[in-house]
Design a protein around this ligand. Structure first.
Ligand code: TGC
Ligand code: FAD
Length: 388
């Protein structure tokens, strides 16, 4: 008999409606057929081809939980499931869709003028255009309130100067949402990347998220019209609210990397003979598999629970922190443990667990490090903020 899949044991599908199951199955089939056969080469080469954007767009994955402007308008659980299936392929794929939909598009959708929405959202939804989101700076990651990037008024225009670091899709992007300090407080700007003074430099030598582009952005006195400012974004709360969206996708996404690692390890343990017996027949192996399955399933229950709360419009940032902290922490532990089951075979790109584990190092760090989420939860529990 075929081994039972780790989430099947939890009857995970029974928590989903038909549309949600269909979306998950469609994305999974695309990832299996189109992306998995290529991902090892892309990871090794340190690239992600630009044309993938149109394929994601064609499947309705870009900004899929947003309404109007060519977006699919799905519920949050469906968006989460798509993230999970993409990340079962590679965290780089989910990152691409997170940044496009939850950061670039969401920032324009939530805080933009009608003109900004009309100009960018339909093209971002199809993948004809690529977006990025610049909040982090080299010296200000966990603490974006220290940012040095500045925009000052010059007549009716704005002059933007400074730089951003670690920006996903930075060299691929046609448009960047850039957060800057102004005399009036923190503001967001919609910056076309062909604006004079804009430069993007790819960051090389990465050991993680290699099938994803990460870049430094430099703004050398870019002159922007007043219409480039996001009119609805009037404090640091605006970029942080965008992060809630992307963090929610990661709550599901990280489980995809874990599930794929676990499925790989179960198949390997069944086929690999050690001491004249299948590796899967040893109690130590079964203990590892059972413990990992528990954490994966518990993480999925948490993700769906949070998704249902989000679909009721009731989710809080602290609840997103609970999910991101737990599910990324458990996913990276699972990917590493799966790698041990693969022995020496586990250290090459032929098998996914170490690639997933390495990717999850970035996922643990971006969208708020695990420490930041612990501190957010600590603050919710005690009323004391320990960030500063
Ligand atoms: P604090 O004084 O607490 O808050 C400032 C204002 O923001 C509001 N706020 C939030 N609003 C919505 N959602 C949240 N999660 C929010 N957190 C805070 C807050 O109410 C306040 O509003 P207002 O109106 O009173 O001004 O701010 P703080 O400076 O003390 O910082 C708090 C802290 C540390 C939690 C925050 O800075 C933080 O989250 N730091 C982590 C930064 C981070 O996550 N960066 C991610 C960059 S983007 C990225 O990584 C993309 S990776 C994409 C990929 O490839 O998938
Ligand atoms: P730091 O903030 O310097 O943290 C270093 C260590 O100190 C961490 O362990 C941290 O938890 C700990 N620490 C910090 N403050 C405290 C404290 N108060 N108490 C205890 N410990 C603390 N950013 C974007 O804006 N857009 C993107 O598209 C984007 N994509 C990314 C893609 C990748 C692959 C990576 C790696 C990062 C990306 N980031 C992006 C940046 C990411 O959000 C930051 O790296 C992250 O927020 C952490 O900031 P930092 O790297 O400056 O680390």
């Amino acid at each position: 008999a075929a081994p039972v899949g780790p989430l099947d044991l939890f009857a995970a599908d029974s928590l989903l409606d038909e549309d949600e199951r269909d979306i998950a199955a469609t994305v999974r089939a695309f990832v299996d057929k189109r992306l998995k056969p290529e991902v090892g080469d892309w990871f090794e080469a340190g690239t992600l081809p630009r044309e993938i954007a149109r394929e994601f767009g064609g499947m309705g994955l870009m900004g899929m939980h947003l309404e109007g402007y060519g977006c699919a308008g799905t519920n949050a659980v469906s968006y989460g499931l798509a993230c999970m299936e993409l990340e079962a392929g590679d965290s780089g794929f989910r990152s691409f869709v997170s940044v496009q939909g939850s950061l670039s598009m969401f920032s324009i959708h939530r805080y933009g003028s009608e003109e900004q929405k009309q100009e960018w959202l339909p093209r971002l939804a199809t993948g004809e255009a690529i977006g990025c989101f610049g909040l982090t700076e080299a010296d200000f990651g966990s603490n974006p309130s220290g940012m040095r990037t500045r925009a000052r008024r010059d007549g009716d225009d704005w002059i933007l100067s400074g730089s951003k670091m670690w920006i996903t899709n930075g060299t691929l992007a046609d448009v960047a949402t850039v957060w800057a300090r102004t005399d009036e407080g923190f503001r967001g700007f919609v910056v076309p990347t062909d604006a004079p003074g804009f430069a993007a430099h790819a960051i090389g030598k990465k050991l993680s998220l290699r099938a994803s582009v990460t870049a430094e952005l430099v703004f050398d006195d870019i002159r922007l019209p007043s219409s480039a400012m996001l009119p609805g974004a009037t404090s640091l709360g605006a970029p942080l609210s965008c992060l809630n969206e992307a963090r929610f996708g990661i709550v599901f996404g990280a489980l995809g990397a874990a599930r794929d690692s676990l499925e790989t390890a179960i198949a390997y343990a069944n086929s690999r003979e050690v001491f004249d017996r299948p590796l899967a027949s040893f109690q130590l192996t079964q203990q590892k598999l059972a413990d990992m399955t528990l954490e994966l399933g518990k993480g999925f229950l948490l993700a769906v629970h949070l998704g249902r709360i989000k679909d009721r419009g009731e989710i809080t940032p602290d609840q997103v922190s609970l999910g991101k902290l737990n599910n990324v922490r458990e996913a990276i532990a699972i990917a590493r443990e799966c790698r041990t089951i693969l022995g020496g075979s586990g250290i090459t790109l032929e098998y996914s667990p170490l690639r997933h584990a390495n990717n999850l190092e970035s996922v643990l760090t971006y969208e708020g490090t695990s420490e930041m989420h612990m501190l957010s939860i600590g603050k919710a529990l005690t009323g004391q903020q320990a960030f500063r």
